[in-house]
Design a protein around this ligand. Sequence first.
Ligand code: HEM
Length: 210
Amino acid sequence: MLRRPWAKAAVFLLCLAPLSRLAWRAWSGDLTPNPIEYITHFTGDWAIRMLVATLAITPLRKVLHLPDLIRFRRMIGLFAFFYASLHFATWFGLDKFFDLHEILRDFVKRRFILAGLATFLTMLPLALTSTKGWIRRLGGRRWRMLHRLVYCSGITAAVHYFWLVKSDIRLPALYGSLVAILLAYRAGASWLAHRAAAMPKYEKHFKPVE
Ligand code: HEM
């Protein structure tokens, strides 16, 4: 099913569903008494969900034996960036009203804003270089190295959430744990791959005793 041509269109529509819901609520005047706060929270929530989903694709491919999941990773990652951009634009334009003095003051005074900025800035080069042209230009190795930045985005996104909540840390703790598990998986897999690659060299120098 994942290989079918319509599967990508289905995932695209699924990723667009939160935006349609937001647009519908805006259209029907149902954005709560504080629409700016509602949109900020809504887009922030979807940005972090999509980011964690992007991080989860590689482990899920291996664990569930579904290699075709890779077809959706770029799209979900770009949707994470899309919702993060909406989130940032809501804060920048609707909340701060493009007041650069206020914005700079927020960056200095509120550490969670700085963590949000770090997340956004680490996601930006990933979105910009997500095309096949950029993979060719950078070369597969350098492209993969650069795209490891997504783990930094995951960590800073969880920190952003941790620092902004006042008492109930359940959701940031959930996202933080998911990012930690996915990172640990990645580190374990690359350690095993290095060990496997080192094995033939080892055998060359130390012939097994017969
Ligand atoms: C410069 C970039 C960013 C700024 C200025 C920013 C700002 C904010 C603000 C003002 C809030 C609401 C805080 C409150 O109500 O107390 C918020 C919440 C949030 N942000 Fe960001 N953010 C940024 C980037 C990001 C990114 C890149 C992500 C995820 C990938 C993200 C995820 C979240 C989440 C999950 C929430 C909490 C939503 C909720 O409570 O339901 N933010 N952010």
